[in-house]
Design a protein around this ligand. Structure first.
Ligand SMILES: [Zn+2]
Length: 393
């Protein structure tokens, strides 16, 4: 098994702080691309593919990938993902797939399956191909995995020297999933710009690679936010009707490619710290998606920064697409001081807060949440409770 990889030990060695840009070498997105995946895989010159997917995934998209490989004369071995990207699950699959002598791993599924695939491929020593079945997060393109305990609490990250060698996104598959996933992806993707701009403006800020952000990643992050503001609502409607439209295609690219490159080489800040804090509450972790927690974090971070105008703009957008903007909507009873304390204490452990241009205390983290909640309530009142509830239906 390979040693753990620490990007800071490469890029930030000797006090250097170069700008570093990372991205997958190939990204392919379109309706129906899954049926042609053997052609894209032929570029990798591999023969024995492991396919990691949930049992449902193997019966659906994973099965289509296996069929395409078989038609081109390749071999595939199935591995069943059991729901959590934890060290125990990853190690178990890695041992099995080393024995199966695969020379490439394809992870087919949502964020946690994708992240587990990256960990397993690194341990086995083979390249990883990512086939996201949802556009609910920005995991597919990056060279890191968010780790969870077996109980589902966010528990740090693992890093890899290389990004996935190929990312294939079938927009028909994404369009067939519940709108909630695409919407959650918009929350995760919207954070990209607001976190990257903090890092770009603060000369002491570092990306997850321990490096300085690149201008390129900043521009992609800003474009990502722009696409969401312009096409997010339309894309939400289109995915609700299962239609692959240009708005949906644009938002899928924003959620997956722009956000993925944008966060990895542009830097994180407070929004993801809040998301980490929320995973410490069982009722939130069990019932809400990563991007929904990040959305709450975006508004809270902007309130912490004192950028009320931008906080209002983003909160209004989140409400219009049906993302949670109040503590109640994300399952936290506002008067339960204890719950807020758990979230804030959990958030404090996240390094991204250090990228903000002022010292971050637990009190500041809590007041950001409360101020975001108050703004969220105003925004929902303006939109109308009924209109918001209709989005949840
Ligand atoms: Zn995220």
């Amino acid at each position: 098994m390979k040693e753990a990889f620490f990007p800071g030990a490469v890029y930030a060695v000797g006090g250097a702080s170069p700008r570093v840009m990372m991205a997958p070498p190939k990204y392919i997105q379109g309706a129906g691309v899954l049926d042609h995946i053997c052609h894209y895989l032929s570029l990798l010159d591999r023969q024995r593919f492991g396919i990691l997917a949930s049992s449902r995934g193997h019966r659906a998209e994973g099965g289509r990938v296996a069929e395409s490989i078989q038609q081109s004369g390749g071999t595939s071995i199935s591995a069943v993902f059991e729901g959590e990207c934890s060290v125990a699950q990853v190690d178990k699959h890695s041992a099995d797939l080393v024995d199966a002598r695969i020379d490439c791993l394809i992870a087919v599924g949502g964020g946690k399956c994708v992240d587990a695939g990256k960990c397993i491929a690194y341990r086995v020593g083979v390249p990883v191909v990512i086939v996201p079945t949802l556009a609910s997060n920005d995991a597919p393109c990056s060279a890191l995995s968010v780790m969870y305990s077996d109980a589902g609490v966010m528990d740090g990250a693992e890093f890899f020297p290389d990004n996935p060698v190929l990312v294939v996104v079938d927009t028909s598959v994404v369009a067939a999933a519940s709108a909630r996933y695409l919407v959650a992806g918009m929350g995760d993707a919207m954070a990209t710009w607001y976190e990257a701009r903090v890092c770009a403006a603060n000369p002491h800020a570092r990306t997850v690679l321990g490096a300085r952000p690149t201008l390129a990643a900043g521009v992609l992050g800003e474009l990502c936010a722009d696409i969401l503001y312009r096409h997010g609502e339309q894309a939400r409607q289109d995915v609700s009707s299962g239609v692959v439209s240009s708005a949906l295609d644009d938002v899928v690219e924003a959620n997956t490619l722009l956000s993925g490159i944008g966060f990895e080489s542009g830097g994180l800040a407070g929004a993801h710290g809040y998301a980490q804090g929320f995973t410490n509450l069982r009722q939130v972790e069990a019932n809400f998606l990563h991007g929904e927690m990040v959305a709450m974090g975006v508004v809270a971070q902007l309130m912490m920064e004192g950028d009320d105008a931008e906080a209002r703009r983003v909160a209004a957008f989140f409400a219009r697409v049906g993302l949670p903007v109040t503590l109640e909507q994300i399952g936290v009873a506002r008067n339960k001081d204890k719950e807020l304390e758990v979230v804030a204490a959990g958030a404090m452990g996240f390094l991204g807060f250090e990228n903000l241009p002022f010292p971050v205390t637990q009190e500041k983290v809590t007041s950001g949440l409360l101020a975001g909640d108050a703004l969220g309530q105003t925004v929902i009142a303006e939109l109308g409770d009924d209109a918001y509830r209709a989005l949840q239906a």
